[in-house]
Design a protein around this ligand. Structure first.
Ligand code: COS
Length: 383
């Protein structure tokens, strides 16, 4: 379908498409198998000037918005969601600085992320704080002109690979959500180390690792925003990043549909290509309808977010739920179309199905998204 992209947007798609076809697809199975971080590919994305798509020009970025980012991510995810996640996690790590950081922090860190020279990560989750984002136990205490962090973050995407970490910690625990503050921690900071690296069902090219803060000392100026403003910064960051997860679902579903149609045209059973059977055609038709509907919703949500950045929670959660549920269904059906071959590692669809599951879980489960949508509806109808 024609989404009436501008010339610049079409160019973003073409550059991302080329990286996907020439670089990502040829090595995705190997990186998945070896659970290897896609450093070369991220560097190539940086060299193609796509690393700072969503960062303002004054900080060395392209100056685009959510929609521009979505267009690039869709292509990368068509190739591999593990690689696309590693790229997207830079944005998640950068957004707290973009949204709440001081000019000093922005001037220092954003150009490094925009050029692709440094990778970023976002550290919220802990053993006892997942959906309940305000339940974090990592602490930060001011000591002279330094903050001292103690605690452990878990399941951090780009953990161990990123250089710049946006970390939330409790500065005033008795204040609950209002007592949380965000900081920038650098990989070389004293008292900061990496813990367990997870072995995952899918997105195995992405790194998911513990971060350990043991009397980790950082300069006072690394505080993002204001003391006590961390929870709101986290919520706003997730509002910005969830359309990115949604579009990973669209790209993944498109990749699975492509594989299923090509296979169905080639595979002969009962003397005919299986695409000539109505049972297979209906499966493919539903996959195509759902993928296009998800794309249309994500594009609409991303354009809405760029135009109305203060009213984004509902649009962001709606597209995240819909597109990631579609990705799970479409990839599962792609395996069904390929049958026994689909279950084997010789074809990419089993990986696609494994990769799809996390999209319904990370950056807020789809159950949490429905809570957000419900709460927003409640507010809207009170006006
Ligand atoms: N933008 C701005 N402010 C927001 C906000 C948003 N999107 N969402 C909440 N807030 C504000 C609220 O207005 C409230 O402010 P006041 O204290 O002034 O009233 C404050 O934040 C607390 O909000 P709330 O009471 O709704 O917080 P809850 O603890 O009930 O949590 C959910 C709300 C469940 C939505 C939140 O914890 C969440 O998003 N959880 C999922 C986290 C997640 O995605 N984890 C995955 C790992 S991160 S990769």
């Amino acid at each position: 379908m024609d989404y009436f992209l501008t010339e610049e947007q079409q160019m973003i798609v073409e550059v991302a498409q080329q990286i996907t076809d020439e670089k990502i697809i040829p090595c995705r199975a190997e990186l998945d198998e070896k659970e290897e971080f896609p450093r070369d590919i991220l560097d190539q994305i940086g060299q193609a000037d796509l690393a700072g798509l969503y960062i303002d020009e004054e900080y060395g970025g392209y100056g685009g918005g959510c929609f521009d980012m979505v267009l690039a991510l869709e292509q990368f995810a068509r190739g591999c969601v593990g690689i696309a996640t590693s790229f997207a996690a830079n944005g998640l790590g950068a957004y707290p600085i973009i949204l709440s950081g001081s000019e000093e922090l922005k001037n220092h860190y954003l150009p490094l992320i925009a050029s692709g020279e440094k990778y970023a990560a976002f550290a919220l989750t802990e053993a006892n704080a997942g959906s309940d984002a305000s339940g974090i136990q990592t602490t930060a205490v001011l000591d002279g002109d330094e903050w001292v962090l103690n605690g452990t973050k878990q399941w951090i995407t780009n953990g161990g690979e990123a250089n710049i970490y946006s970390v939330i910690a409790m500065t005033d625990p008795h204040k609950g959500a209002r007592g949380a503050t965000m900081f920038v921690v650098e990989d070389s900071d004293p008292g900061f180390s990496y813990g367990h690296k997870e072995k995952k069902l899918g997105i195995r090219a992405s790194s998911t690792r513990e971060l350990i803060f043991k009397d980790c000392r950082i300069p006072a100026g690394r505080l993002i925003g204001r003391r006590g403003g961390g929870f709101i910064t986290v919520m706003k960051t997730l509002d910005h990043s969830r359309p990115g997860i949604a579009i990973l679902g669209v790209g993944l579903a498109q990749g699975a549909l492509d594989e299923a149609v090509v296979y169905a045209k080639q595979r002969v059973q009962f003397g005919k290509p299986i695409i000539s059977f109505q049972a297979v055609q209906h499966l493919l038709a539903d996959m195509a309808i759902e993928t296009e509907a998800a794309r249309a919703l994500v594009y609409a949500a991303a354009r809405h977010i760029d135009a109305h950045p203060k009213q984004m929670s509902k649009a962001s959660s709606m597209c995240k739920v819909f597109a990631t549920d579609v990705a799970m269904k479409v990839t599962t059906n792609a395996v069904q179309v390929l049958g026994g071959y689909g279950y084997m590692r010789d074809y990419p669809v089993e990986k696609m199905m494994r990769d799809a599951k996390i999209l319904q879980i990370y950056e807020g489960t789809n159950q949490i998204q429905r809570n957000v949508i419900g709460q927003e509806l409640n507010k809207e109808y009170n006006r």
